[in-house]
Design a protein around this ligand. Structure first.
Ligand SMILES: CC(=O)N[C@H]1[C@@H](OP(=O)(O)OP(=O)(O)OC[C@H]2O[C@@H](n3ccc(=O)[nH]c3=O)[C@H](O)[C@@H]2O)O[C@H](CO)[C@@H](O)[C@@H]1O[C@H](C)C(=O)N[C@@H](C)C(=O)N[C@H](CCC(=O)O)C(=O)O
Ligand SMILES: Nc1ncnc2c1ncn2[C@@H]1O[C@H](COP(=O)(O)OP(=O)(O)OP(=O)(O)O)[C@@H](O)[C@H]1O
Ligand SMILES: N[C@H](CCC[C@H](N)C(=O)O)C(=O)O
Ligand SMILES: [Mg+2]
Length: 488
């Protein structure tokens, strides 16, 4: 795809320019290793290195233009240099311009919050497919254009991938798209230049403090998503989260709320909550849904409110919504032939773990044991480790602490930090088994008929990441194969 540099710079605030911006560009990128002939290379400061160090390498590989925050000492004749105050922000606008602003051609709804984003966007995508629309999805689990699956590497793709995917959706005739907006994405300007029709806030609790450093910064990152909305958009927030109204303090968008506990624009009342689904009063009706757990009542309310704000008819929405299942790896059940219930859930934050375990506790019918297998990812927020172990102990009869994705950390270091959260009185119910497969096997050996095994943290993931290598691993398959072997 070809474009003139000057057209790509629309809405970018420029500090200085060296060279002629009428130059033709046939590719945009922020990684020098991906530069081709006539590329525009945008030098971005990262967490590991600084793209400015690769400007010459990019020109050697054929870059025709450079966007940067600091002009290099030596400028070369074969490239045009554009200086901006914030390259990541410029990248957002450039990517949107390059792909012809695809987001403005869609009814695009973004979902932010610590937990519930994937669940919410997946339900919205399925719902709008059922309602007859061509619909796109961008999520942690996968991206989709209608039923075509495109693998996803991030919760929110980088600005170039994002605009490309949205453009592909437009080309496929999509009218609607639903995407997760992570706090990393807001801070790194992955969504700068994107026109949102609506924005949802699910909740905010402890996570990602490795990246944001303080909880206030984390709140600010999520709030910025709402601060940047235009007046034509709608904001829809969870009123029962104490930061719900904070999100909308400075937004120009129309303000809408959903709630189970007070009077929101979209008010739900939980009637029943079982291992097979939940019943809620919503939109003036009593409806059974196939999703499990109190927290999913919030996700369903957010989805319902969004559909109504997008102009859909209440009765039809509720009918379709009542038939939908949860996203993969979210409270996914694997039942053994002798009646042990294995639950695989992506709870990887203290709040999510507490929600899932308290849901499991509330669904217990007799004296069945709850056995929890859980770990924490390496190279991620370390402060959540003791908290998650403490919560696992509080709500389980047996706890097996194990590895999640160790990444570049020593699994035993992570487990030591988790053990810090185990109270002396709880030590006897805890075992530490670093090998995740062995840990799940142990849980299955300990379980009797009717017991519940929660395997938390990895949900839909089909790999375990150890020192940069992704080894095939799927909690659901591991449980399934142990259950099969055990009963033969
Ligand atoms: C912490 C983080 O967000 N990192 C993202 C970030 O990388 P970075 O800042 O570390 O980049 P860097 O390696 O320092 O490089 C700086 C710049 O130099 C460039 N470079 C580098 C080397 C070279 O030879 N040439 C070159 O041009 C790089 O392309 C980059 O532009 O920018 C990269 C390109 O977009 C991302 O792939 C990378 O995501 C990493 C893989 C990651 O793990 N991100 C996670 C934490 C993440 O984003 N998670 C969120 C939320 C998860 C959730 O809660 O659901 C998500 O949205 O997925
Ligand atoms: N509304 C909610 N409130 C609290 N916990 C929730 C909610 N919805 C889901 N959860 C819990 O959080 C886990 C992750 O849910 P989901 O994948 O929908 O969240 P996410 O925000 O997309 O997470 P990520 O940041 O990793 O992309 C679920 O497996 C469940 O345990
Ligand atoms: N999107 C989150 C998911 C964490 C999932 C957990 N399995 C882990 O690897 O820590 C992250 O990248 O921080
Ligand atoms: Mg997600």
């Amino acid at each position: 795809m070809k474009a003139l540099l000057k057209d790509l710079l629309y809405k970018v605030s420029l500090l200085s320019v060296k060279g002629d911006t009428s130059v033709q560009i046939s590719n945009i990128c922020f990684d020098s290793r991906a530069v081709q002939l006539d590329s525009l290379f945008i030098a971005v400061k990262g967490t590991q290195t600084d793209g400015h160090a690769y400007i010459d390498k990019a020109i050697d590989s054929g870059a025709a233009a450079i966007v940067c925050e600091q002009m290099p000492d030596k400028l070369r004749d074969e490239a045009v240099y554009v200086q901006v105050s914030d390259s990541a922000q410029a990248l957002g606008w450039i990517a949107a311009n390059y792909y012809g602003n695809p987001s403005a051609k869609l009814k695009l709804v973004g979902v932010t919050g610590t937990n519930g984003k994937t669940t919410t966007v997946t339900l919205l995508h399925k719902l709008f497919r059922k309602l007859g629309y061509n619909t796109g999805l961008l999520s942690t689990v996968q991206n989709q254009i209608n039923e075509t699956v495109i693998p996803s590497t991030h919760t929110t793709p980088d600005a170039i991938q994002l605009n490309k995917l949205l453009d592909d959706m437009v080309k496929a005739g999509c009218t609607h798209a639903f995407m997760e907006v992570s706090s990393h994405a807001v801070v790194q300007h992955r969504v700068t230049g994107i026109s949102f029709t609506g924005a949802i806030f699910t909740n905010i609790t402890h996570d990602h403090l490795d990246f944001h450093k303080t909880f206030d910064n984390y709140i600010r990152a999520k709030k910025k998503f709402f601060d940047d909305l235009p007046s034509s958009a709608f904001a829809l927030v969870n009123l029962d989260d104490k930061r719900g109204l904070v999100m909308m303090q400075n937004t120009l968008a129309s303000r809408n709320t959903f709630s189970l506990q007070s009077m929101g624009n979209f008010k739900g009342k939980l009637i029943a909550n079982t291992l097979h689904g939940l019943q809620m009063e919503i939109g003036g009706k009593e409806v059974w849904f196939k999703l499990i757990g109190n927290f999913n009542a919030y996700n369903l309310l957010g989805v319902y409110g969004t559909a109504i704000l997008l102009g859909e008819e209440s009765e039809e929405v509720l009918m379709e919504l009542s038939n939908l299942y949860a996203a993969p790896g979210r409270f996914e059940q694997v039942v053994s032939p002798n009646g042990i219930t294995g639950i695989v859930d992506y709870a990887h934050t203290p709040d999510a773990l507490e929600n899932v375990l308290s849901t499991i506790q509330s669904l217990r019918e007799g004296n069945e044991q709850v056995i929890t297998v859980v770990g924490c990812g390496g190279n991620r927020d370390a402060t959540k480790r003791p908290l998650m172990a403490e919560i696992a102990c509080k709500f389980s009869d047996v706890v097996i602490l194990t590895s999640d994705n160790p990444r570049n950390e020593d699994p035993m270091d992570i487990l030591d930090q988790m053990m810090q959260g185990v109270k002396i009185t709880d030590r006897k119910k805890v075992q530490v088994i670093a090998d995740r497969k062995e840990a799940i096997t142990k849980a299955c050996q300990l379980a009797k008929s009717r017991d519940i095994i929660l395997v938390a943290g990895k949900g839909h993931e089909t790999y375990q990441e150890i020192k940069g290598v992704k080894h095939p691993f799927d909690d659901r398959q591991v449980l399934q194969s142990i259950f099969t072997v055990k009963t033969h």
